[in-house]
Design a protein around this ligand. Structure first.
Ligand code: FAD
Length: 417
């Protein structure tokens, strides 16, 4: 009997590839190995609903009967320590080994940690896993002041949730604006305005030099200007590093992520990688990228299943992402690197607007705040050959023109067939 497919990492990507293999008709053995002692769950709610509701449970990614019904062996709380590429086996932390025909690495990412004194004190926490979210939730009863290090999505989502729960929150951002790597300055400014109105103290160009505390845990955060901010909880939100140590130790090519080709194959035979742990040449941005999103984890997993079944199709999914920060639903489609023109439609004052990003006259990305129709249409536009102009965006007619284009295209397609 074949040793089948072994999947390392039971997050969004790992559990999806198991499901997609069965949907695509794969009938060999599948083993899903996850380090967390938990059935696969949705990560996005951790910084939002899960924190707010004391007895909230993790939201499972699969139904209760998924593993039994699909014949997928799930090993939870099991860490893969080594990959032997020549022997086609993985070694687990309980001393056992598993053989594979095909291995899928879906090990995700781990929080970056500040290299400053006190960063290991009790009460200095990240928000990545259900265990992290539980630790924050359990500590909250004794927390009045929170310092969030880093003005990225996860830090700001958590900051807004903690403000809503009545805590005092200070955000330290080393750069000049919030969400600087991900959204346009208009959106950054808007998020700053609304979070500040919610009560957040947001400081730019500011990094902590030490975290202070005692045997009871964290007490404060010292800044380079001599100030010390009181803190009973410090949330580390300075981004993540791809979890590629396992792959690198096995000799698989890595460079700020496990390097994969258009069909999710790594440099090693019979080994694929998907999700947050990967870096790859992106068809739309035309450059190497590392994407940290549910969309990318899910779509790469679906394609990996097809690669395992013998197809050789390029990854062409439209990149999109969302984030809920207080009363702002941010939705981003496309990748706005190298955009040279930006057109804002709608009004930040209404908490509902979109920014259309153009490069050399071509629409490449849209950031939306509480304008879901722009986002949903944007996904279809970027997947299509429809090219609205900057003027179309400025007059707010992109969605309407796309509808007309689709109707005309449908007519042409019908006429040609
Ligand atoms: P993960 O989900 O991180 O799963 C990887 C798994 O592999 C982990 O469970 C890990 O324990 C396991 N693992 C690692 N090494 C080993 C090993 N050696 N052996 C066994 N198991 C191993 N994305 C969005 O698009 N929208 C959002 O609103 C959003 N909100 C988020 C909020 C939070 C709080 C967080 C943390 C993330 C959020 N994301 C969001 C990002 C999204 O959750 C990730 O992009 C997604 O989880 C990536 O899936 P993955 O399977 O690649 O990695």
């Amino acid at each position: 009997m074949t040793s089948g497919v072994v999947i390392v990492g039971a997050g969004h990507a790992g559990s999806q590839v198991a499901a997609s293999l069965r949907q695509e008709g794969y009938d060999g053995p599948i083993t899903l190995i996850g380090a967390e002692a938990e059935a696969p769950y949705h990560r996005p709610p951790l910084s939002k609903a899960f924190l707010k509701t004391p007895d909230a449970k993790p939201q499972p990614l699969r139904g209760d009967d998924f593993f039994a019904a699909s014949g997928v062996t799930f090993l939870d709380g099991a860490v893969v320590q080594r990959i032997d590429v020549a022997a086609k086996t993985v070694a687990l932390d309980d001393g056992s080994h598993r053989s594979y025909e095909t291995l899928v690495i879906a090990t995700g990412a781990r929080p970056r940690w500040p290299a400053i004194p006190g960063a290991d004190l009790e009460g200095v926490l990240a928000m990545r896993t259900i265990a992290d979210a539980r630790a924050i939730r359990e500590r909250l009863a004794h927390v009045r002041s929170v310092v969030v290090i880093g003005g990225g999505f996860v830090g700001l989502e958590t900051a807004s949730t903690l403000l809503a729960l009545g805590r005092t929150v200070t955000v330290l951002e080393i750069g000049p604006r919030l969400l600087g790597r991900a959204v346009s300055p208009v959106v950054s400014d808007h998020v700053l305005t609304r979070l500040s109105a919610q009560g957040a103290d947001i400081r730019f160009g500011t990094a902590p030099i030490a975290i202070t505390g005692d045997e009871n845990g964290v007490r404060g955060v010292a800044l380079s200007n001599g100030d010390t901010l009181p803190a009973d909880l410090v949330l580390v939100g300075i981004g993540v590093e791809p979890e590629c140590d396992l792959a690198a130790a096995a000799g698989i090519a890595c460079d700020d992520g496990i390097l994969i080709d258009h069909a999710m194959r790594t440099s090693a035979p019979n080994i694929l990688a998907i999700g947050d742990c990967t870096r790859f040449h992106h068809w739309h941005a035309d450059r190497p990228v590392r994407l940290e999103s549910v969309q990318n984890a899910t779509d790469q997993a679906k394609l990996a299943a097809r690669t395992i079944l013998g197809h050789d199709e390029p990854y062409r999914a439209v990149p999109w992402f969302w984030s809920d920060i207080g009363d702002m639903k941010l939705q981003m489609v496309g990748l706005s690197f190298d955009a040279d023109a930006h057109v804002t439609v709608g009004a930040p004052a209404d908490n509902a607007f979109s920014v259309y990003h153009f490069r050399a006259g071509t629409l490449i990305a849209i950031d939306s705040v509480n304008r879901p129709a722009d986002h949903m249409t944007g996904r279809r536009i970027i997947a299509s050959t429809f090219r609205p102009s900057e003027n179309d965006a400025a007059t707010g007619r992109v969605n309407e023109l796309f509808k007309a284009w689709q109707a005309a295209d449908g007519l042409q397609t019908r006429a040609a067939s």
